[in-house]
Design a binder for this molecule. Structure first.
Ligand code: PFF
Length: 453
C-alpha cells in the first residue's frame, strides 16, 4: 500500500528549476503582495511579522514536507493520497481541502480582477491622480460598482481556464520560469525607491520593531492563517504539485527554498508598502484596499510611473495566475482521478463554480455589502474561513497523519529520494510533525476562542 504506484501517463515537471519555479509560483502571489501588507498593517506591524515568520519556519516547513511526502509518494490527488496511505477516514480531510481551494479561488479571482482593472488603467495613463486621498475614492468607487468587478472576475477566471485546459507541465512550467525572476527584479527596484521616501524609517520601524504587547490571540491566529495561505498549505495544493515531481526531487530542500523565497517576497512587499504608507499619510489599517491605495501613489511619485505600474500590474496578473492554477489543480486532479472525469470537463466544472461564487464575492463590496455571515461580508467570510480555519486544520491533519500514521520507511524513502541523498533533518522534521505543528496549531486555536490565554 505504501509503495509508489505505477506512473502511467501522469504529468511530470521536467526540470529541477521547473519544480522550484512552479512551487514558488504557487506560493508567491497576491498573498504576498496584497494580503501580507494589509494583514501586517491591521495587526500591529512588527508583532505580526515576527509571529508570521515563526509560523512559516516552525510549522510551515514541516507541514510542506508532509504534503510533499504524501503527494510524491502516492502520485495522487489529495483524496487519493490519504486513501492510498491509510484505510481510515482520513480522506475526509481531502474534501475539506477541496472546499477551501474553491473558496479561495473565488475571492482570490476578485482581487486578481481588481489588478486587471488597475493594469488597464495604468496602460491608459488613468492611474495618475493628484493626491493619495483620491486613490482611496477611486478604488472605492470602482470596487463598489456592480458590473466592472464582476466582469473582471469572470475574465480572470476565463484566463485561468485557458491555461488549465492545456495541461500541467507545458503551460505552468514555461510561464513560471520567466515570470518569477522578472517580478523579483521589479520588486527590488521598488524597494530601493521606497527606502528613499521621507517615511522610510517610520515604515521600517513599524514593520521590523515588534511591540510585544501587540501579540494578541487575534494577531497569532491571523499570522498563522497568513503563513498557511502564503505557502499554499493545508489544502492539498503542495500534495497535488508534489505528485508531479520527479523521483529525484529533494523534498526537504524544495520545502526550505519555497518557504524562504515566499517569505522574502512578502518582506519585500512590506518594505515597499510601509515607507509609502507613512510618507503619503495613509492608514496602515485600511484592510484589503490598502495596496490599491498605496501602490498607485508610489508609481505616481516615480519617473516613468506609467511604465512601471503597467509592468508591475501585468506581472502581478501572471503571478496570480500561477497561484490560481495551482489551487484549481487540487480539484481538477480530484475530479479526473477519483470521479474519472475528462480534464476538460473537470476544468469547466471548477471554473463555473468559481465564477458563481466569485461573482458573489465581487458584489460583496457593492450590492451585497449588507449581506453578512457571522458579521462578515461573503468575501471576508470566505477568506476568514479558508485562511484562518480550514487551512490550519488541514495542515494539522496532514502533520498528524504523516507523523503518526504513515509508515516511517515510506517517509524516510521520500525524504532521501529512496536512499540516494542524505537527509540530516529527518528526526527534526518528524518531531515537528508529531508534536510541534499539531500542538502549535491547537494552541493558537484554543487561545483565539478564549479557552486558554
Ligand atoms: N499562496 C498563494 C499566494 O500567496 O498568493 C495563494 C494560494 C495558492 C493559496 C494556492 C492556496 C493555494 F492552494
Amino acid at each position: 500500500m505504501n509503495k509508489p504506484d505505477k506512473q502511467g501517463q501522469r504529468a511530470r515537471f521536467n526540470t529541477k528549476i521547473g519544480v522550484i519555479a512552479t512551487t514558488v509560483g504557487s506560493a508567491v502571489g497576491l498573498g504576498n503582495i496584497w494580503r501580507f501588507p494589509y494583514e501586517a498593517g491591521s495587526n500591529g506591524g512588527g508583532a505580526f511579522m515576527l509571529c508570521y515568520i515563526m509560523f512559516i519556519f516552525i510549522i510551515g516547513v514541516p507541514v510542506i514536507c508532509a504534503e510533499f511526502i504524501m503527494g510524491r509518494g502516492t502520485r495522487s490527488n489529495i483524496l487519493g493520497a490519504y486513501r492510498k496511505l491509510s484505510r481510515g477516514k482520513w480522506y475526509i480531510a481531502g474534501f475539506m481541502g477541496i472546499a477551501a481551494s474553491v473558496a479561495i479561488l473565488s475571492f482570490y479571482s476578485v482581487v486578481a480582477g481588481w489588478i486587471c482593472e488597475y493594469f488597464v488603467q495604468s496602460v491608459r495613463g488613468e492611474l495618475m491622480l493628484a493626491s493619495s486621498s483620491e486613490y482611496h475614492e477611486a478604488f472605492d468607487q470602482f470596487s463598489t460598482g456592480n458590473w466592472r468587478p464582476v466582469v473582471w472576475t469572470l475574465i480572470f477566471l476565463s484566463l485561468n481556464f485557458l491555461i488549465l485546459v492545456r495541461g500541467v507541465t507545458k503551460g505552468i512550467e514555461r510561464m513560471s520560469n520567466i515570470l518569477m525572476p522578472l517580478l523579483f527584479i521589479l520588486l527590488m527596484i521598488f524597494c530601493v525607491n521606497s527606502l528613499t521616501l521621507s517615511g522610510a524609517s517610520e515604515g521600517l520601524a513599524f514593520l521590523f520593531n515588534p511591540d510585544f504587547s501587540k501579540i494578541t490571540p487575534r494577531v497569532l491566529l491571523s499570522a498563522m492563517g497568513q503563513a498557511f495561505f502564503s505557502l499554499s498549505l493545508g489544502l492539498g495544493c503542495m500534495t497535488t504539485y508534489a505528485s508531479y515531481f520527479g523521483n529525484k526531487t529533494r523534498l526537504g530542500r524544495t520545502a526550505i527554498t519555497t518557504a524562504s523565497l515566499d517569505t522574502l517576497v512578502a518582506v519585500l512587499a512590506g518594505v515597499i508598502i510601509f515607507p509609502a504608507v507613512f510618507s503619503f499619510g495613509i492608514s496602515p489599517q485600511a484592510g484589503p484596499t490598502l495596496v490599491f491605495e498605496v501602490l498607485p501613489a508610489i508609481f505616481n511619485s516615480l519617473p516613468g510611473g506609467v511604465v512601471w505600474s503597467s509592468l508591475f500590474f501585468f506581472l502581478l496578473i501572471l503571478a496570480s495566475l500561477t497561484s490560481t492554477i495551482s489551487m484549481s489543480e487540487i480539484s481538477i486532479a480530484f475530479m479526473t482521478e477519483e470521479l474519472k472525469m475528462k480534464r476538460r470537463t473537470a476544468t469547466i466544472v471548477n471554473t463555473l463554480i468559481a465564477m458563481a461564487l466569485g461573482s458573489l464575492c465581487a458584489l460583496s463590496f457593492g450590492a451585497l455589502s449588507g449581506f453578512t455571515i457571522f458579521g462578515m461580508t461573503i468575501f471576508n467570510f470566505f477568506d476568514y474561513l479558508a485562511s484562518n480555519i480550514l487551512l490550519p486544520i488541514g495542515g494539522m491533519i496532514a502533520s498528524v497523519f504523516v507523523g503518526w500514521v504513515v509508515d516511517r520507511r515510506f517517509i524516510r524513502n521520500q525524504l532521501t529520494a529512496n536512499g540516494s541523498i542524505k537527509f540530516r533533518a529527518y528526526s527534526l522534521i518528524l518531531f515537528c510533525l508529531r508534536y510541534v505543528a499539531p500542538a502549535g496549531i491547537a494552541l493558537v486555536f484554543l487561545n483565539s476562542i478564549g479557552i486558554i490565554s
